[in-house]
Design a protein around this ligand. Structure first.
Ligand SMILES: [Zn+2]
Length: 237
């Protein structure tokens, strides 16, 4: 069953009401959600579902379901279980999600400072990383930090753009990430555009203006294999 993905059009939505569509061993499915399911290197959202009787159900993780655009919300163990048809108020753990949005968008900016194929990546609330297929001697932490922060300081507004699968096929240069092909099957692909800086397929959650990132610092650079030179960052403040 498809879930309406409210975060796709508005990543800043912190609460919403939704109906329970199904409850099964993996978790809770809703007709609509503001919770981002783990994917594209970004961890799943956490938060709380509030029942009409005021009972609170803590959500420990969010994952993709079996169907395209379906989302499974994973409650903490020992939480009450809602029933199909029930109305819930969804409340996102917003400080955590906002940190994810800032770090995620920071990786887009950094991928334009380190110009090399991206072979992997991960975004958690306290740090994020990209792996590059590049010679170690070309990675300098001070340079990456300085140049990324200089771009962030431009304060550019981000834009979401949709193109068709066929249009993407004609522009393979848009796909920087070798390990994650953009999701296909719905006939269209979502792109994140940071005008003058970056344009690439991405289904994740981003800040509206890169100034919101504030700044980054490079935590470490290390080799995880010949094609995986890992650059790990955190928010500067
Ligand atoms: Zn993204």
């Amino acid at each position: 069953m498809t879930t309406e993905l409210l975060f796709r059009d508005d990543a800043y939505r912190r609460s919403a009401s939704a109906h329970v569509v199904a409850v099964h061993e993996r978790g809770i499915e809703l007709d609509r959600t503001i919770f981002y399911p783990q994917g594209g290197g970004q961890v799943g959202d956490t938060g709380v579902f509030v029942r009409e009787n005021g009972e609170r159900i803590r959500i420990a993780d969010t994952r993709k379901g079996d169907a395209l655009d379906s989302v499974v919300h994973v409650p903490d163990a020992a939480m009450p279980v809602p029933e199909a048809g029930e109305t819930l108020t969804l409340e996102l753990d917003w400080p955590r999600r906002h940190a994810l949005m800032r770090l995620h968008t920071a990786l887009h900016v950094m991928s334009c400072v380190v110009v090399a194929p991206v072979t992997g990546g991960n975004i958690s609330p306290d740090k994020a990383r990209l792996d590059f297929d590049i010679d170690m001697s070309l990675l300098d932490a001070a340079h990456i930090e300085r140049e990324t922060n200089a771009l962030i300081a431009r304060g550019v507004a981000t834009e979401t753009v949709w193109i068709t699968d066929a249009e993407l096929d004609l522009r393979p240069e848009l796909v920087k990430t070798m390990s994650v092909q953009p999701p296909r099957g719905s006939g269209r692909v979502r792109l994140l555009r940071i005008p003058g800086i970056d344009l690439q397929p991405c289904g994740g959650t981003h800040v509206a203006n890169i100034a919101e990132i504030g700044g980054i610092r490079v935590l470490k650079i290390r080799s995880e294999g010949r094609r995986n030179r890992r650059v790990e960052i955190a928010l500067a403040g």
